[in-house]
Ligand binder design. Structure first.
Ligand SMILES: Nc1ncnc2c1ncn2[C@@H]1O[C@H](COP(=O)(O)OP(=O)(O)OP(=O)(O)O)[C@@H](O)[C@H]1O
Ligand SMILES: [Mg+2]
Length: 495
């Protein structure tokens, strides 16, 4: 076998008393695609930050393409490593070719001359990937899947031999995932190696040759993907067996709807929507990116205004001017993107959880608030030594739970969750589903907006399918299977 293009040995890292990585080792050979798996907070992103030189290790060494790396990100890039983060770090107001050539372009030179060189490099790189993109398109106008391709192209244009992707495919559809798999296969053949972090089991098995599993900062399993199946992977990650079946439940009690929608329409987003959300019931709204699912849910929360139709709460028509009105009516909305939602990253976990509690519960003492925060941390199993550290010290999946905790604190009558488990590991997904089901059975109406069919099936009583702004199907979750739903959300048979 060829020499590894990347090797990490004996990596250790602690933040104060919190030991994040202990004696972690990992190798990657040219043309290998390795999955780095592990629960939220197991140390994946930290390992990647050490790899790219963003964060120094306490001990251990990193060798990339034969060069040992110091704590300097530029050195890592020079040594042919490229990390693609979840937001892809592209420049939205530059074109495809400018983005691809960005790292490679040297300052100076005539503008037109540089533009030509950029285009040539971009064209050649996309050809290597066998991808066809409009070089002059502004990146902000591209769909997510194409942005991701631009990010990969930029890494390749910079002669990356190792490409690291930290949760790259949050918003891709199955066909886009398949295309990414083809591109990865083509680049593997050229000897490019990938390190891939994902909480989506399907993708891990579609892309990866080998798997390294981290649990509490230690490598607990390592080997070829063929030695794993979803059950073993879940088990290695969590140390226990993970159930992926539909949650056991009592049938929802028939109740009058809390919120009803009739013939709701908003130009360009959705039309003709009828919807009933009842206390004690979990309803999923599934649809692809661009189906109108997010616009519809924002309209129920007062953040967008419908042009036509009615919304009633307990039979009374309502018209929300903004989110505050909706909150006053007992509605909570957990948005898709925790980072734009306004977590206060540099504030304590406790304050982030209880920020809204004050107004909804009258006066509570500081210590009472703290106790509430501690209870929430425990209930949602947020991985932290206490409620004092800032949210910035939490891993991605644990930040997501803080957002959930904050909204649950308000004891809403209707809880709308957009992508509640994006970035959450498979074991914890199950826990969050159980929490939401319990919330619903305690009398809250729950609506989950998702493109994760498995999630909709595991969690809901009813599944509504949204295609191109219309609700095109409604199913009893007991009586439908994943393939059927997949055909429905991709508009199969309807053209
Ligand atoms: N700056 C910091 N200060 C204190 N603790 C930190 C800091 N950065 C990370 N940690 C801790 O290190 C641990 C590992 O975090 P990391 O982000 O590497 O997890 P992860 O495996 O990427 O999780 P996820 O799947 O949620 O993204 C977590 O328990 C986190 O709280
Ligand atoms: Mg992470």
């Amino acid at each position: 076998m060829a020499d590894p293009v990347l090797s990490m040995t004996g990596i250790r890292k602690a933040y104060g008393p919190v030991r994040v990585l202990e004696e972690v080792g990992l190798t990657l050979h040219p043309g290998e695609v390795r999955c780095l798996a592990g629960e939220n907070g197991s140390g994946k992103s930290t390992l990647i930050k050490i790899l790219s030189g963003v964060v120094p290790a306490d001990a251990g060494s990193v060798t990339i393409a034969g060069q040992t790396i110091g704590a300097d990100a530029r050195q890592a890039i020079a040594a042919a490593l490229s990390v693609i983060y979840q937001d892809f770090s592209l420049f939205p107001n530059l074109t495809v070719s400018e983005n691809i050539a960005f790292l490679k372009t040297t300052a100076g030179g005539e503008r037109w001359h540089r533009a030509r060189a950029d285009r040539r490099l971009a064209r050649e790189t996309l050809a290597r990937m066998r991808v066809d993109l409009d070089l002059d398109m502004l990146v902000e106008l591209l769909p997510v899947a194409s942005k991701q391709l631009v990010a990969i192209a930029r890494a390749l244009a910079n002669e990356a031999r190792v490409i690291v992707m930290d949760e790259p495919t949050t918003a891709l559809t199955r066909s886009e995932v398949a295309r990414l798999a083809e591109i990865i296969a083509a680049l593997k053949a050229e000897g490019v190696a990938f390190l891939f972090v994902s909480h989506k089991t399907e993708e891990v098995f579609a892309f990866c040759d080998t798997i390294t599993v981290l649990r509490d900062g230690q490598v607990v399993a390592e080997g070829p993907t063929s030695a794993f199946d979803a059950a073993r992977l879940g088990c290695e990650m969590t140390g226990r067996a993970i159930d992926t079946q539909r949650l056991a439940r009592a049938a929802p009690v028939a109740a009058e709807p809390f919120l009803s929608v009739r013939d709701l329409a908003r130009k360009g987003d959705y039309a003709g929507v009828d919807l009933d959300l009842r206390p004690g019931e979990v309803v999923s709204l599934v649809g692809l990116l661009g189906s109108g699912r997010t616009e519809l849910s924002l309209s129920l929360f007062g953040m967008l205004h419908p042009d036509e139709g009615t919304i009633t709460i307990e039979g009374r028509p309502v018209r929300f001017t903004d989110a505050r009105d909706a909150m006053a009516a007992g509605i909570a909305y957990v948005p898709e993107d925790r980072l734009t939602e306004g977590l206060f990253l540099d504030q304590p976990i406790a304050d982030n959880i209880t920020v809204a509690t004050l107004s909804s519960r009258g006066f509570l003492s500081r210590s009472a608030l703290k106790k509430r925060a501690r209870d929430a941390v425990q209930r949602l199993r947020i991985k932290t030594p206490g409620v004092e550290p800032t949210v910035a010290t939490l891993s991605g999946g644990n930040q997501q739970r803080v957002v959930l905790a904050r909204w649950m604190e308000r004891s809403p009558r209707l809880m709308i969750l957009n992508g509640p488990t994006v970035g959450v590991d498979i074991g914890s997904k199950r826990e969050i589903h159980e929490i939401l089901l319990a919330l619903s059975r305690a009398g809250t109406a729950v609506m989950v907006v998702t493109d994760d069919i498995g999630e909709a099936m595991a969690l809901s009583d009813r599944v509504l399918v949204m295609v191109k702004g219309r609700i095109t199907g409604a199913f009893d979750a007991d009586a439908v299977d994943e393939d059927r739903l997949y055909t429905e959300i991709t508009g199969g048979g309807r053209g």
